[in-house]
Design a protein around this ligand. Structure first.
Ligand code: HEC
Ligand code: HEC
Ligand code: HEC
Ligand code: HEC
Ligand code: HEC
Ligand code: HEC
Length: 356
């Protein structure tokens, strides 16, 4: 079971060894073991954490997930010493160059407005003040809180919600179920051998070298889609806690063709009509590829008829600077208004005739 340190201890620990970390962006961790591990959780007779947290971290780590992947600076990749550590929680402000998953910054502010901006994770945020139940997945027809999900799931060995925690918050390993920092993920399409795409269990993908800190039409992640359920897509396996929103998993609730009942995910863009115009990849509105095996590199091309709308076409996985963790301001999507500065962005990238 993971132990979680209070913020001040975390940051102190991190500063004490961050600058020695040496790794190649996008590859497995490198550098001396002692940068990251502590053999006895004791130095000169003092435990590395405070007395209250003296039991140490999983796998002899000097700190926990949040402790390593946070920064009090505005940087989202820590590059000191030639090493690279991706930052998902900047404590001072929403970063200017968030990584692909976005950033947990707003959820840390702890009120009902800021809770709309991201997933609420232990060590960063309190339980979500707006969303008491997991949206898009009940059990026995009833909505459930995270605590209720844990009540069943703690006997499992490969699921979210295997570990108890104080309150209805997520922990990083609900989603990154089996982190594999020492796995060689240098293959173009990262699968099981590389610890899966970003350690999301059973989801493959092409991992951009700098986690999309810089992005372009041919410089981006590639996401796995699927044409049958349980095909290992980001929207299905990666977002399984909200499976009722997934077209292939819940056809009666989402629909199987137009007219849809919920917005589809893992459905190909039609090759006709307004969708046919989306042919040049826009990293702000990514699509999933149902078969990544032919991809030697990220592609600048979108192929309507094959490539799919997915959860991450519209959302960021961790959090964003927009309500509902959206990738762009939904409120700016004004239909039939050619003077709108948001013309050609967001929803309009696919629904290219709705902006006027
Ligand atoms: C840059 C940080 C870093 C360095 C350096 C590092 N590790 Fe790790 N190691 C981790 C993290 C994070 C985990 C826990 C999560 C995971 O397995 O991905 C881990 C997990 C492990 C595990 C358990 C999981 C497994 O893959 O077997 C072992 C054993 C391990 N490390 C040994 C070592 C040894 C030995 C060294 C030095 C030769 C070393 N580590 C250097 C970060 C590091
Ligand atoms: C000791 C510091 C340390 C700890 C603790 C740690 N990480 Fe990491 N993590 C790293 C470093 C360094 C990298 C960058 C290595 C690389 O380039 O893939 C990384 C990379 C990652 C990545 C991106 C992998 C990829 O393919 O690019 C994920 C996801 C991740 N960590 C999740 C976690 C989770 C979840 C935990 C807690 C179980 C955790 N980390 C704990 C240091 C740490
Ligand atoms: C709700 C599920 C979820 C939770 C909770 C979560 N992650 Fe992630 N994380 C993802 C997904 C999905 C990606 C891949 C994002 C992408 O490529 O668009 C990701 C990517 C990452 C990366 C690579 C950088 C990036 O933005 O692509 C790191 C590092 C990471 N996560 C660490 C963490 C840590 C540390 C925690 C806990 C504080 C955490 N994650 C909690 C789903 C999650
Ligand atoms: C009554 C017990 C019960 C409750 C409550 C429950 N689950 Fe499950 N869940 C299961 C069982 C059983 C499986 C199938 C496990 C397996 O196949 O290994 C499962 C599987 C899953 C999976 C697929 C991962 C896997 O292990 O196959 C996800 C994701 C999931 N549940 C999410 C949730 C969420 C989110 C909640 C709360 C809203 C929840 N579950 C509540 C019993 C439960
Ligand atoms: C990545 C492409 C993509 C993006 C971005 C996108 N959509 Fe869609 N949308 C689709 C596809 C594909 C369908 C299903 C088309 C079909 O089967 O005819 C769809 C269907 C719909 C439908 C139902 C149409 C029907 O016939 O039932 C509505 C309404 C809709 N989208 C609204 C939106 C809104 C609002 C946004 C922005 C928040 C948005 N979409 C963003 C691709 C996208
Ligand atoms: C076409 C864009 C689009 C796609 C694709 C999409 N979403 Fe959303 N999602 C939105 C928008 C916009 C909102 C907020 C406004 C609304 O609900 O109408 C939202 C809201 C949500 C919410 C909050 C619901 C609540 O009860 O407050 C969750 C959870 C969510 N989405 C999960 C998902 C998951 C999981 C997928 C993939 C299976 C997905 N979304 C696919 C656009 C999208």
């Amino acid at each position: 079971m993971m132990q979680f340190l209070p913020g001040s201890v975390r940051l102190f620990l991190f500063v004490s060894f961050c600058c020695l970390i040496s790794a190649e962006a996008g590859a497995a961790v490198t550098g001396p073991c002692g940068n990251c591990h502590t053999m006895h959780n004791s130095q000169d007779g003092k435990t590395a954490g405070s007395a209250a947290y003296g039991t140490g971290n999983d796998r002899l780590l000097r700190t926990d997930c949040v402790g390593c992947h946070s920064s009090a600076t505005g940087d989202t990749i820590i590059t000191t010493g030639g090493g690279y550590l991706p930052i998902v929680f900047n404590t001072n402000a929403y970063p200017a160059q968030p990584l692909a998953g976005g950033n947990f910054y707003y959820t840390n502010l702890g009120d009902s407005v800021n809770d709309q901006y991201g997933h609420n994770v232990l060590g960063i945020a309190n339980p979500d003040l707006n969303i008491p139940h997991v949206p898009g997945k009940g059990y026995g027809g009833l909505p459930k809180t995270i605590t209720e999900c844990i009540g069943c799931h703690q006997v499992f060995t490969n699921s979210p919600f295997m570990y108890a925690r104080p309150g209805n918050v997520l922990i990083c390993i609900d989603c990154h179920v089996f982190p594999k920092h020492h796995a060689d993920d240098s293959a173009t399409v990262v699968g099981a051998a590389g610890g899966w795409y970003r350690f999301i269990d059973e989801v493959s993908g092409i991992e951009d070298d700098d986690w999309e800190q810089t992005v372009g039409v041919a410089d981006h992640n590639e996401y796995q889609g699927e044409i049958v359920k349980d095909g290992g897509s980001m929207s299905d396996w990666g977002c399984m806690c909200h499976n009722d929103f997934h077209a292939l998993v819940n056809p009666s609730g989402v629909g199987v063709a137009s007219p849809w009942l919920r917005h589809p995910s893992d459905i190909a863009l039609p090759s006709v009509g307004e969708y046919a115009g989306y042919t040049v990849y826009d990293p702000q509105v990514p699509v999933a590829r149902p078969d990544l095996s032919g991809y030697g590199a990220p592609s600048a091309t979108v192929t309507p008829g094959t490539d799919q709308v997915m959860c991450l076409s519209c959302h960021r996985a961790h959090g964003s600077d927009q309500p509902d963790m959206l990738r762009w301001p939904y409120i700016a999507m004004l239909t039939d208004d050619p003077s709108n500065p948001a013309v050609g962005t967001g929803c309009f990238v696919c629904h290219s005739t709705k902006d006027g």
